[in-house]
Design a binder for this molecule. Structure first.
Ligand SMILES: [Zn+2]
Length: 603
């Protein structure tokens, strides 16, 4: 998580092209364009500083007043972005220097939600999104409606899915969580209609096309790219799927078919997007990695600040400058005892210059250790592009921003832990299956899920999936890509997509799929630059200035060039390539093929 994307209200004058462009009858000149972009830069810099400050205070001191101030500052930024997106159209026919032309284009594709020009419809749309967000946030399942203390919120249900090994209980919790979303179905339908209307007014076919337009290629070409990446990975996913199915069948019996799809509720996670929690059920024999980073951190009483310092030290070892003094003074690392805060981890760049911060409530766990690297990846990215024009101060595409910190986290190998003194001795290669399996349950299992959410939304926005098929289309896609099926019949009275945060919250999801592909591609390229000859999963780029320079070459480009340029700067390739994931998990894939001998893979 990084920063919030403002909801953009399309002004009513947008549709009447030129009617509100200041009344100038003469065609704009290149000098006008330059003047316009300077104003955009100044205004967005100022308003985003206001919005970031208000957002920081709003999330660190939750009160009705700070919430109102946050909303007002966010709205001011959103209004300005919308005005600029509209005004950029004036310069469409002008011959401009490449980087000015790019800024104009980016202004127009920066929106996630475009509200229609009719003010009543605009208000209806923003109200719908807030309502769905609220329903999700308050979502609870009560085992006994008469007993409020039998109610479980998402944290409780997450825990049941992660830790219970009783099928009946897991199924009840899974079905329980999915009771929160049927009321959203009608709202989502209307939301899709109205947001499409706004997108059309901006010249896009629908909201899905608007989302796909920001990837420096034709929207359809981008969709084909995603399919190509998935096909590259499918053989590995099929092996993991078949192996997990056999182990779950052994544990749960006929609830899990010997052939066919996996039951969606038995994979340790509400959405079956991360299977790490069932490691104990599927762990390879005698492959225990022999240490637990969580135990080490707890035993050494490593403080949250020291955990962050370790993360910073990694980036510094690559040649990046240390974080500024203000980072340590202004970040939040520990849950305060005296006030409500939003603890969900996030990275901030308050002034779009030096005032970077993270906000998270750190526990001494391996998971939080990894999350720290993830969030710092955002901060070091932000600093690398801070001299560019404001519109370019972002990642090459939204997958890049999410991928950087995770790339570094892939370098947190046993050998690295030995180097920094957290571990005495790295386990030998006989423990590799344990390391690789736990990582595959997180990363490989996620890949098809990363595709499903937006595949579904794109079809809904384009009208290919109609409201009477919302739920069946959702499960068709989950079957097609993930090979999972619901534990019971899910008719159209349900609205299962709404039980996943990013749907009611209207956050595009493809960035997580891209990040998952990119982080392995980055890791492979940087490991090569670092001269690592070990298997990829044992390579750490720690202390490699050569790898650091390559990383920085991409980061410092920000959004100033199309993403294939940024990718090429680090990897030498202009194409996203999922074969790095296959390389990384090669030993596991071979092992899985051995385990699956004589078993039909697929569903
Ligand atoms: Zn993030």
């Amino acid at each position: 998580m990084r920063h919030r994307v403002p909801v953009v209200i399309v002004m009513s004058c947008l549709v009447v092209s030129g009617a509100c462009s200041g009344g100038a009858a003469t065609a704009p000149t290149a000098a006008d364009a330059k003047k316009f972009l300077d104003e955009v830069d100044r205004t967005l810099t100022r308003l985003s500083l206001d919005a970031n400050r208000a957002g920081w205070v709003g999330q660190n001191f939750i009160t009705p007043d700070t919430e109102a101030m946050d909303a007002r500052a966010t709205q001011a930024l959103a209004d300005a972005s919308s005005r600029f997106a509209k005004e950029a159209v004036r310069f469409d026919k002008l011959d401009l220097p490449a980087d000015e032309r790019r800024q104009m284009t980016l202004l127009k594709v920066s929106l996630v939600l475009a509200t229609p020009s009719d003010p009543k419809e605009a208000e209806e749309l923003t109200t719908l999104v807030s309502a769905m967000r609220g329903e999700y946030g308050r979502g609870k399942w009560c085992r006994d409606a008469a007993k409020p203390d039998s109610c479980l919120n998402i944290d409780d249900i997450t825990k049941v899915l992660a830790t219970s090994r009783t099928e009946k209980d897991i199924r009840a919790a899974w079905e329980g969580w999915h009771t929160i979303s049927p009321p959203m179905k009608k709202e989502y339908q209307r939301f899709a209609e109205l947001s499409n209307k706004g997108a059309k007014e901006l010249g896009f076919a629908d909201t899905g096309a608007m989302w796909r337009a920001k990837y420096d290629m034709a929207p359809d070409a981008f969709a084909n790219e995603l399919d190509r990446l998935y096909e590259q990975l499918r053989p590995l996913y099929l092996q993991l799927h078949a192996y997990v199915r056999a182990r779950l069948h052994k544990k749960y019996g006929d609830v899990v078919p010997e052939n066919g799809p996996l039951p969606a509720h038995l994979l340790g996670n509400i959405w079956a997007q991360d299977w790490s929690n069932i490691y104990d059920v599927v762990a390879p024999a005698n492959a225990d990695i022999g240490y637990s980073l969580t135990d080490i951190l707890k035993r050494r009483k490593t403080s949250p600040t020291d955990m962050v310092k370790t993360g910073e030290h990694f980036f510094v070892s690559l040649g990046f400058a240390s974080l500024p003094k203000t980072f340590w003074e202004r970040s939040l690392f520990v849950r305060p005892r005296d006030r409500e805060v939003v603890c969900h981890a996030s990275a901030w760049d308050i002034d779009n210059l030096e005032d970077v911060r993270i906000k998270m409530c750190i526990d001494q766990t391996a998971e939080d250790f990894t999350t720290i690297h993830h969030e710092l990846g955002h901060n070091f990215y932000q600093r690398a592009y801070d001299t560019l024009p404001m519109i370019f101060r972002d990642s090459a595409n939204d997958g890049f921003h999410e991928a950087i910190g995770d790339t570094i986290a892939l370098s947190v190998t046993p050998e690295y832990l030995v180097k920094i003194g957290l571990l005495d001795k790295a386990p030998d290669a006989s423990h590799d299956m344990g390391l690789l399996m736990s990582r595959a349950l997180e990363k490989v299992a996620f890949i098809p899920f990363g595709l499903v959410i937006d595949q579904w939304r794109w079809k809904v926005f384009s009208g290919q999936v109609t409201p009477d098929h919302f739920n069946s289309a959702w499960w068709d896609l989950r079957l097609k890509y993930q090979g999972v099926a619901p534990p019971s019949v899910r008719g159209e009275q349900f609205f299962d997509p709404g039980a996943k945060y990013h749907v009611p919250d209207n956050t595009p999801y493809m960035r997580y799929f891209l990040a998952n592909v990119l982080e392995f591609q980055f890791h492979r390229a940087l490991s090569k630059a670092a001269g690592c000859t070990a298997p990829l999963h044992r390579c750490s780029i720690y202390e490699s200035k050569t790898a650091g320079a390559k990383l920085n070459a991409t980061l410092s480009l920000g959004l100033s060039k199309p993403w294939p340029d940024a990718l090429e700067a680090m990897t030498g390739s202009r194409q996203m390539d999922a074969s790095a994931i296959l390389d990384y998990f090669k030993p596991l894939q071979t092992w899985l093929e051995e385990q699956n001998k004589g078993v039909a893979v697929g569903w």
